[in-house]
Design a protein around this ligand. Structure first.
Ligand code: 1J1
Ligand code: MG
Length: 259
């Protein structure tokens, strides 16, 4: 998993505002609206306990405060525990948290203690970025391309198959590709196919994963992947609408999926 840096999380509310504007223009709904339709839930008066975790590379300075901002933005009550790790967990539960948010370097979860629902950031992120791509109002067909079949891309591809899209996908890892073909029924995509897409979900930790031959003019690229897979000059030339944001959209999906 690509770890966030404090720099990625600077100007989070501005990044959200810009992306929400794009999402609204290309899908007709903002992130809130998409989450409500996707999960059929609305935030009520729930308390979210945010626990800093020191394992692995340790605390990312503005990670917990970013989660608090997101929690409150979507209308939930939030608190960052004073202590980290297990002591923080004890603190959050003792103080009446309904939902726990915490992350180490491998797993980031939202756990609703009342409902016993748990979701990983990978799955929630894959689903919402796929959903955004799939809602493109100006899509030319039901064909959609998924680039990268790791935990995020796989969850996105599964979601799109369930929604009845024609899902094409690629991944340099043959095992990942074969697994998605076998388990999900996606079609393998290779650039020699000369097929172009108006909707793309990019879920890789790499830059330059999108090349000219893959996309239609005025397509939509939806990507949580840092760095961005779309080279800026291609984005410009093809007048691509780009949805890309480091944390808020994925966490919104996590919260709405467990409430
Ligand atoms: C580590 C989070 C690492 C990522 C979405 O509690 C802390 O401050 C640290 N242990 C948090 N995970 O960076 C993922 C989350 C995108 N990357
Ligand atoms: Mg990328």
């Amino acid at each position: 998993m690509a770890l966030l840096t404090p720099r990625d999380l600077e100007n989070l509310s501005m990044q959200l505002e810009e992306n929400d504007e794009t999402i609204k223009r290309v899908t007709g709904l903002d992130v809130r609206g998409i989450c409500e339709e996707l999960y059929g839930t609305k935030p009520g008066s729930l308390k979210v306990g945010i626990i800093p975790i020191t394992a692995g590379d340790g605390i990312i300075s503005n990670f917990a405060s970013s989660l608090l901002f997101i929690t409150q933005y979507f209308g939930l009550e939030g608190a960052i525990t004073e202590h980290s790790d297990m002591t923080g967990y004890y603190e959050a539960v003792s103080q009446g948290a309904d939902i726990i948010l915490m992350a180490d370097d491998h797993m980031f979860v939202a756990h609703n203690l009342r409902k016993g629902k748990i979701v990983s950031n990978h799955v929630a992120t894959g689903i919402i970025y796929a959903e955004i791509a799939s809602r493109f109002r100006e899509a030319s067909s039901k064909d959609i391309l998924v680039i990268g079949l790791g935990r995020v891309g796989y969850a996105g591809a599964a979601h799109l198959m369930k929604k009845g899209f024609n899902v094409y996908a690629c991944d340099p890892n043959r095992g990942f590709l074969e697994k998605a073909v076998k388990e999900l029924g996606i079609k393998p995509y290779c650039s020699e196919d000369r097929k172009r897409f108006s909707m793309v979900l990019e879920a890789t930790p790499n830059a330059n994963t999108i090349s000219e031959g893959m996309i239609e003019e005025r397509c939509l690229v939806s990507t949580p992947g840092i760095p961005c897979g779309l080279p800026p000059e291609i984005g410009k030339k093809y007048r691509v609408d780009l949805v890309m944001e480091p944390l808020v959209i994925g966490v919104a999906s996590m919260l709405y999926s467990v409430i």
